[in-house]
Write a protein that binds this ligand. Sequence first.
Ligand SMILES: NC(=O)c1ccc[n+]([C@@H]2O[C@H](COP(=O)([O-])OP(=O)(O)OC[C@H]3O[C@@H](n4cnc5c(N)ncnc54)[C@H](O)[C@@H]3O)[C@@H](O)[C@H]2O)c1
Length: 248
Amino acid sequence: MSGTKVAVVGAAGRMGRAVCAAVEAADDLELVGRFDAGDDLGDLSGADVAVEFSVPDASPANVAHCVAQGVHVVVGTTGWTDEGLDTLRGQLAQAPGVGVLVAPNFAVGAVLLMDFARRAAPFFESVEVVELHHPDKVDAPSGTAARTAELVGAARDAAGCDPVPDATTHDPDGARGARVHGVPVHSVRLRGLVAHQEVLLGGPGEMLTLRHDSFDRASFMTGVLAAVREVGSRPGLTVGLERYLGLG
Ligand SMILES: NC(=O)c1ccc[n+]([C@@H]2O[C@H](COP(=O)([O-])OP(=O)(O)OC[C@H]3O[C@@H](n4cnc5c(N)ncnc54)[C@H](O)[C@@H]3O)[C@@H](O)[C@H]2O)c1
């Protein structure tokens, strides 16, 4: 079998294993390497594209290594900071033709939810984000929730909206959640869950609830494989799968 050669970094993890299986099942893709913690990435086993699902502390160095090797990268690891993305842009400037996609969520439904939330946000006084995940997740809030809140906050700023109303003056334990771009974000960690998100939008006498559920890691694979097929034709840094779907 031949086709686009793919290496998976973080291959022993939950997402990495699912990506390896999805790549192996795709007729036009060939899995050439599996790498995990402690492995020397070397030349990525001659891969055209690397898929990176590891841990926030390791991801920037892994991606930098791939870029230096001239290998396109599809990055699913969450926790990337603005500074990390700026550094990556600098690395890509030294590697013309190399494409990197950093996407906090590869589930098409979750990407659509973010777009719907961004569009709806200026029409409501209040908006809050609730993300719910399995308890083995190490970062909070989720990358998807942080990005959703960023998009919602930016849309409200652009529309000249007031800050979300909140009379709370006493919250010693942080019960009102984190604030991302002025939007309260709440993280639930519960055994049995995979990845879920709600955006609650409230106005006088009404509420709109947008909800997405990933019941299985299969939900991410359509987006991951689409990104693997396209990343090579999009040089430089792209943040968010929505750009590949024509929504950005
Ligand atoms: N973008 C998305 O759609 C999406 C979906 C689910 C999870 N995620 C994110 O993907 C990441 C991985 O999630 P997971 O559930 O598979 O976690 P996991 O803990 O099951 O797997 C992480 C893997 O990375 C490995 N690792 C650690 N350090 C490494 C290094 N230096 N180099 C290579 N591999 C290393 C670990 O050994 C482990 O096998 C997390 O950041 C998670 O938030 C993103």
